[in-house]
Design a protein around this ligand. Sequence first.
Ligand code: C2O
Ligand code: CU
Length: 478
Amino acid sequence: MRTSAVLIIAVALVACGSSTPDAPAAAPPAAASPPPWSMPYVQGVEALEDENPDPKIVEVTLAAGRTSTSYIAGKKAQVFAYNGLLPGPLLKAKVGDRVIVHFKNNLSEETTIHWHGLRISDQMDGSPRMQNPVKPGGEFTYEFTVPDAGSFWYHPHINTAEQVEKGLYAPIVVFDPAKDPTYDAERFLVLDDIRLEDDGTISPESSMDGMMSGRFGNLLLTNGRPIKEAVASVEQGTVERWRIVNSANARTMVIGVEGATFRVIATDGGLLPEPYTTNKLTVAIGQRYDLEVTYDQPGSAKLVSYVESQDSGGNATTAKLSAFTVDVAESARVAREIVWPSVTFPDRVADGKATITLDATQTGDMPWTINGKADSMDPLFTWTQGATLDITIVNKVAMEHPFHLHGQFFEILDAKQPGLKDVVLIPPNGTVKIRAFIDNPGHWMAHCHILEHAEMGMMAEILVTPDANAPPMTAMSH
Ligand code: C2O
Ligand code: CU
């Protein structure tokens, strides 16, 4: 109240001053130039506040700690959270920005932060092999430059299965002011599942999870809340960009949009040269997909999630659940036309080959292997910066594995899965070929993103040796 009163007085004073007869004429309004670019607001998640006035630096403060929430009315659950938020706060930056994160660990256990999908230095990647874990009560400053625009996320990389399940996961958006199409609104939809006990608390870890399919939840969450609460309302004719990430421990999400039209416009590595349409989209754990959603009819538009379960007779059934519901008010508003920018990917032919085999052994507490080794500390491969490798990933077990490579992007050599990726889903007993662009030197983790599998052995390291003649890393999709 007081502040606004002061403001009003100040405005009145200025107005009086400028009305004196001798005051110089006001400058003519500037010629119609487009308004300066400003970072879009992203709905659905709370954003970190940039504390640095330099337009090329994003400086934020982040803390991991314990808090409690309620997933079931009247029942409390102890959780972990970044800045007390579930999911954690959105980190926003522009392509090429310097990002400084002052991180404090208020947990009673060690942690690190991995910036999933950002092609930054391995020193800042949150791998406990490269960075000393941040001790309870300890602090660490992450500092890096973001080379690529797109949708990403961050999460710990120590005791990951438990820390992520308990709530430590959060979205990242890197904007490209020159390329990003303008939408009426942007949203982030962080898709997760969580396993709760009848008393509403998070189920304790089961050692069987890691041995088997990983930890599946019994409640789907969108932006940290049970899906039935995920609602919004818009006017017919609105066109939005939905940025989606699957942050579950073990569940592959199969999604679609009903009651609106949509197309896929971006993947892990950013905008696609050509958006495409589809009915159902499989989102592996860790993957991102951006959808352009046009509310072309009044009523109810939904992000639907196809969830497999068993009926009372033990037969597999697929339930269609609404993971996010939008009430669309009837309107004559004409949908804006989206002008697609020119986007190109590197056109590179492979100069090498490799094979990665995912398997299981029958013994020990590290049952999952990559090329025959469980959680090996020796590099699985040593590659040179700038290499383009055709990698065949072979899955020897009757269970799917979302395979993630840190620090690099690749393309899946399958016309049905276009775009730059950092996670690829390897079907049960299946084989997938990728073309990897090994441009970022360092020690990099490569692992299954079913977090329980990673912790029980399906984790390897890849060494990329620097090439002094390699060009500096710039946006891969440009
Ligand atoms: Cu999101 Cu090592 O991963
Ligand atoms: Cu796996």
